[in-house]
Design a protein around this ligand. Sequence first.
Ligand code: NAD
Length: 252
Amino acid sequence: MKAIIFGVANERSLAWAIAQNLHQQSFELAFTYGSPNLERRVMPLAESVGSKIVLPCDVYKNEEMDAVTAKISETWGTLDCLVHSVAMADRTDLEGRFVDTSLAGFQLAMNISVYSLLALTKRFEPMLEKSGNGSVLTLSYYGAQKVVPNYNVMGVAKAALESSVRYLAYDLGPKKIRVNAISAGPVKTLAASGIRDFRAQLEGAGQRTPLRENIDGADVGALAGFLASPAARHITGSTMYVDSGANIMGSF
Ligand code: NAD
């Protein structure tokens, strides 16, 4: 089984937790990094799980996505799992009022955090079809469903992402390609550090969720491992929560 992972920035990335779980399940892995300065961080992680394919891929650049697709097609010819763990917004849009979001900020968040899922899925569609149990996974957050202060434009982007998962699942179902989202509770990562008052969200989740505990990357990895496996062969179009039950609460 073969998987390509988009979104490892460092060892705290949720994408890395997913990669580790897939590695335990004997997946062969390929990695990409979103900007040149991340190569030196991603390379040793990839090597530690025996990966021989590590490529640059800024999802804003068609030519980089094309080059990655061509390399995987040449080297593997087939793909079982595509992990999309990529999101970006202007830091200034992750605080204050959502109504103040600029058009440029809105487009940036939607382009990098949502459209890239379509752009990558379309490119890898023929290889995922060859798998017979192709699986696309992306990462969401509860701010897609309800207002989480400061999450702002990223909440709107995640709502679009979860909807995109449903439409993609419908399009690709006949080819036995499944598309699902994992809605994770807060985990301290590089991306999360850009959200104002993120620490308060972490503390809230630790104290007020039904399980009174924060999740960690391994929880996300375990759910991803399940969704990528044949055991989940009839699960598609879903957004599954791994959040200590936070999403069932009226307020938390
Ligand atoms: P992270 O910073 O480790 O990962 C975000 C990744 O997005 C980075 O690897 C970064 O390089 C990549 N990226 C940004 N712009 C890119 C571009 N133009 N091209 C290619 N890659 C680009 O943080 P994370 O928390 O692991 O985030 C991964 C996903 O999980 C995101 O979609 C995030 O919204 C989601 N998520 C995170 C949490 C959390 O609390 N950490 C909770 C729910 C969902």
